[in-house]
Design a protein around this ligand. Structure first.
Ligand code: AMP
Length: 274
């Protein structure tokens, strides 16, 4: 493993002829992240994993403060990948002093779901990903379908800016009870964790009845069911073909059910293909 906090030093260590896969993360690594790294290894000679809690994508300063960070544990988990290159920058390796997000125009796509509920979030995500892609110029970059809207945003970004990186979507990895793995899961109490396993049940119920009921009926029942779950506050539930709202050229025409909720103070999102 090679660990760098300076991108300039990291770049010096990469041989130019090799193909490079990039896995951007905010750390507190779990099996979901590790599955992205495994996929990157199967398709590239070199794999760079970035671990950086990007401040510009947090619209809520408290959320940024309490976001879990555990670099020592992360490096232990990365030990299974012998040759992995880890990038662990400080803010000043990526941002000028007081630099804020770049403003992008991704059309109506960013007025939906995460874009609507977390103002400025996607500008922050696009800002950091544009920086990482321009610095490392990876052949491939890996993102989880758990953050499906983010994955589409990054595909849109690379097309708009003519960036030559292939953006690869990866399956959502789940706990045995179906909860999508997330760094935020470890912030929950046992009681909250119990409520969290209901998220996938709501999505699977929507999948089951999708062909029988219309959207409003399904959403109303999801609202009713979510009121019965302890400490659970539904933020949004949607069923849609999200790609229709984006300008990406290669569309899969998938319909998905999306959910965002708060369990206590912890905000969780998930989605499944219907
Ligand atoms: P994060 O550290 O939360 O920013 O996530 C880094 C990358 O890992 C993003 O592309 C996420 O979509 C992806 N990811 C997070 N959780 C999962 C999961 N449970 N399964 C697959 N990918 C995931």
């Amino acid at each position: 493993m090679r660990v760098y906090s300076s991108h300039k030093e990291l770049l010096k260590s990469i041989k130019h002829k090799l193909s490079v896969g990039l896995v951007p993360t905010m750390g507190s690594l779990h099996e979901g992240h590790l599955s992205l790294i495994e996929k990157a290894y199967s398709e590239n000679d070199e794999v760079i994993v970035s671990i950086y809690v990007n401040p510009t994508q947090f619209n809520d300063k408290e959320d940024l403060k309490k976001y879990p960070r555990n670099i020592k544990e992360d490096l232990k988990k990365l030990n299974r990948f012998e040759n992995v290159i880890v990038y662990t920058p400080e803010n000043n390796d990526l941002y000028q002093k007081n630099e804020s997000s770049k403003q992008y125009d991704f059309g109506s796509f960013t007025n939906l779901m995460e874009g609507k509920h977390r103002p400025g979030h996607f500008d922050g995500v696009a800002t950091i990903i544009e920086k990482l892609f321009k610095i490392f110029n990876p052949d491939n970059a890996y993102f989880g379908e758990k953050d499906f809207q983010q994955l589409l945003l990054i595909k849109t970004l690379t097309e708009q800016l003519d960036i030559n990186t292939n953006v690869v979507g990866c399956d959502t990895i789940r706990e045995p009870d179906g909860l999508a793995m997330s760094s935020r899961n470890k912030l929950m109490s046992d009681k909250e964790r119990k409520s969290a396993k209901e998220i996938i049940k709501l999505l699977l119920w929507a999948k089951e009845v999708y062909s029988k009921f219309d959207f409003v009926q399904i959403r109303d029942e999801i609202k009713n069911r979510s009121k019965l779950i302890d400490s659970f506050k539904l933020e949004y539930f949607e069923i849609m073909n999200l790609e229709e709202f984006s300008s990406i050229s290669k569309k899969n025409n998938e319909i998905r059910a999306f959910i965002a909720c708060r369990i206590g103070n912890i905000r969780l999102i998930d989605n499944i293909k219907l």
